[in-house]
Structures are given as structure tokens and as C-alpha cells.
Design a protein around this ligand. Structure first.
Ligand code: SF4
Length: 385
């Protein structure tokens, strides 16, 4: 069966599921202590890249994101083989953005040189906090000096597009501690900063400690203060907010993630990776490494028109510029107003969203704090049951 056509600017995601140790808050599909599986995993990944590249007729790819897990736990020569297979199987656009995630404590010059030689031009460092106590509480494997060292190393290897991931709303984190983290991150002059609010997932060690009353989360006011501090301080430092959690210098927004928020197609490779093809088909690779290595087929889901429209709203409202009304109408041959007029009016009346003069529908600052409850009103009724 021929693969369906891809949208104009497809991205490509590669998942590397290995981690040295599971962080206390993490429920991502990543695995601790299974490093012996790296080689068979790399072989399976390469064969998936080659096979699907052939099936799709080696399409042009605009952005690549190598995430995890901890991609920097691969051996440099393993990463070189993955990057070589990627180039053999897909036509990477000349100016493609190619990002790789890395943990500051697990980064070597050889690994970074390998990334550069393989065309990786953007590095994303999982720093999370400048406070040693909070890093230990999160179960992270590094301290802030290693973040500084990783940034120096990356710069000396030629990376001129760096992201630093930070987290706010951590147990015991005060606005003053958060300010110090922002200050320490800005001192490293990154081109991009991600500031994610902690989501406490069920079944994680962090959830258990919170339930046992050992830890306390900041209250809503403190968390709002931290978020406002990020928006104000980063904007003054030249990093504009372009998405709920993401800030960038002009021209340095992450193109790969932007495409996802615009609901462009993407091809996912590796365990737990998802693919969106033709806008209406989602493929989900098995999240278990063993099942992936045995070659189990991805689960296939067809996404109905109403659900696609809701996804466009949900993703579009993450962007500061909001959802483009013209793009919505072009994609679905129906106006946003005709589908979502009622829900949109209610959230505008409540001061949670607004129409802009240049044809976008977006959240207000108050709406950003309660995005999930705003979205409830836009959900298709059958997904509410
Ligand atoms: S490094 Fe990232 S993926 Fe790995 S356990 Fe920690 S949070 Fe999860």
C-alpha cells in the first residue's frame, strides 16, 4: 500500500529511550539501566529509517528532532550511524533545523563533534534548575556547574543555537529561587529557553512523596508569580515568548515544535514515537523497547474531522500569536466561527481569549493560566463522555 502524501513541511522525530537513572517526576517512555540494548536498538532504528524512507520515496524533511530519553547516552559512533542512515533515507532540506537533546552530565566533546559532523545544528540541554537541592529532589544526575560546562563545550564545538530547559512550580521552589535560576540561565546567553511547569504524574516517586506530605508544591499565586517573572525577565533579555512555555531570540524559535503546534505532519522513529501523516492518520510505535526490537507493527488510528479541528485549536492556542483563522478555513473548508463560534464567544466574554486584528484567535494572559479549562468547552462532545 502506498504511503499517503505528507503535508508541505514534514518534520521527523527520532526517539532514544535510554536514561542513566529515572528522574523522580518522569513518566516518559524511557528506560533506566538497559544500556546493553543500545546496539540492537540502533540497528532496529536504522532499519526503520531505511525501510520507511523507501516506502515514502525519500521525501524532503524540513526539521529533525532527536529526543528521549537521553540521546547523549548513545556512543558517538552509534549516533554517527543513526545520522548517516537519516541522510541516506530522507532528503534533508539544505537549511533543515536538526536538534538533539542532551543531558549536561553526560556530554563529551567527541559526542558533540559527532553531532556537528552529522549536521546537527541545534542543541537542547535539560538543565531544569540552578538550585542543587531541587536538582537532587528531581533525581537529576547533574549540578549547575555541569550545565555551564556543557554550554562552554557546545559553544566551542560550534553550536550557535542552544536551548536550555528549565522547570517551575517545583516542590519547595520559591519565586526567589526561580529568579536565581532564570538569572543563571540568562548568564549563559542561550538562543532559546523552555520553562515548563511541573506536572505531577501518577505513579511517580514525586507523586508518592507529595501524597505522603513530605513535600509541598508552590500555591497558585506563587506559580503565577514565577511564570510572570519568566515572561517579563526573558522579554527584557530579548527572548520573546512565542508559545506557552517557550521563549526565543528573534529567528530562533524551534521550527520543529512550531510545525507540531501548527499540526503539520511528522514522522516518528524508534520506540514510542508517533507519526502524523496526511493530517488524519496517527501511527504509534510500541513504547516497550522489547516489542519495538521484535518489530511489532505500530498502532494505527484514523482521526475524524471534528477531532482534527479540536487538535488544531488545542495546539494553536499554545502559540502566543494564536490560531490562524485563515489557515483553519483553508485546512477544513469551514470557518472557525462556524465550528467553534459558541465556545469562542464564551471564552472571549470571560476575558480568557481574544480575536486579534490580524486574523488570529488567541488566549489572553489570564487564559494562559487556565488553558485546559478553556479547551474543555471546545472539545467534541463524544470525547467528553
Ligand atoms: S532524563 Fe528526561 S527522559 Fe530521562 S528520566 Fe529524566 S526526565 Fe525522564
Amino acid at each position: 500500500m502506498a504511503a499517503p502524501a505528507l503535508s508541505a513541511e514534514p518534520g521527523l522525530y527520532i526517539h532514544i529511550p535510554f536514561c542513566a537513572r529515572k528522574c523522580a517526576y518522569c513518566d516518559f517512555p524511557c528506560f533506566e539501566g538497559r544500556m546493553g540494548l543500545r546496539e540492537p536498538y540502533v540497528r532496529a532504528l536504522i532499519s526503520e529509517l531505511e525501510r520507511r524512507g523507501r516506502e515514502w520515496g525519500h521525501p524532503q524533511i524540513h526539521t529533525v528532532f532527536i529526543g528521549g530519553g537521553t540521546p547523549s547516552l548513545l556512543q558517538p559512533e552509534q549516533m554517527a550511524r543513526v545520522l548517516g542512515a537519516l541522510r541516506g533515507a530522507f532528503a534533508l532540506k539544505r537549511d533543515a533545523e536538526i536538534s538533539c537533546e542532551a543531558n549536561p552530565g553526560a556530554l563529551t566533546r567527541r559526542f558533540l563533534d559527532t553531532l556537528r559532523e552529522g549536521g546537527v545544528n541545534r542543541l537542547s540541554l535539560g538543565a531544569q534548575s540552578a538550585d542543587g537541592g531541587l536538582l537532587r529532589l528531581l533525581g537529576r544526575q547533574h549540578g549547575w556547574p555541569q550545565v555551564e560546562q556543557a554550554v562552554r563545550l557546545a559553544r566551542s564545538c560550534g553550536f550557535d543555537n542552544l536551548n536550555i530547559d528549565l522547570m517551575l512550580g517545583l516542590p519547595g521552589q520559591t519565586p526567589a529561587l526561580w529568579r536565581e535560576t532564570l538569572q543563571a540561565a540568562l548568564a549563559l546567553s542561550p538562543e532559546h529557553l523552555s520553562c515548563y511547569g511541573l506536572i505531577v504524574e501518577e505513579g511517580t516517586p514525586l507523586r508518592q512523596r507529595l501524597d505522603a506530605g513530605e513535600l509541598r508544591l508552590p500555591d497558585e499565586d506563587e506559580e503565577r508569580l514565577m511564570y510572570d517573572e519568566a515572561i517579563g525577565r526573558l522579554s527584557r533579555a530579548g527572548l520573546e515568548q512565542y508559545e506557552i512555555s517557550n521563549f526565543a531570540r528573534p529567528g530562533r524559535a524551534c521550527r520543529h515544535n512550531l510545525n507540531c503546534w501548527l499540526r503539520e505532519d511528522y514522522l516518528g522513529f524508534g520506540s514510542a514515537a508517533h507519526t502524523l501523516q496526511g493530517g488524519d492518520t496517527r501511527l504509534s510505535n510500541p513504547s516497550d523497547i522489547g516489542a519495538y526490537l521484535r518489530g511489532e507493527a505500530p498502532a494505527r488510528q484514523t482521526i475524524g474531522q471534528r477531532e482534527r479541528m479540536f487538535e488544531s485549536v488545542m495546539l494553536g492556542l499554545r502559540l502566543r500569536q494564536g490560531l490562524s483563522l485563515a489557515r483553519f478555513e483553508r485546512t477544513y473548508a469551514q470557518s472557525f466561527e462556524s465550528v467553534f463560534g459558541g465556545a469562542a464567544r464564551r471564552s472571549v466574554q470571560n476575558g480568557l481569549s481574544e480575536y486579534t486584528r490580524d486574523g488570529f484567535f488567541r488566549l489572553t494572559r489570564a487564559g494562559m493560566d487556565v488553558m485546559n479549562s478553556v479547551l474543555l468547552d471546545f472539545m467534541p462532545e463524544d470525547s467528553l463522555s
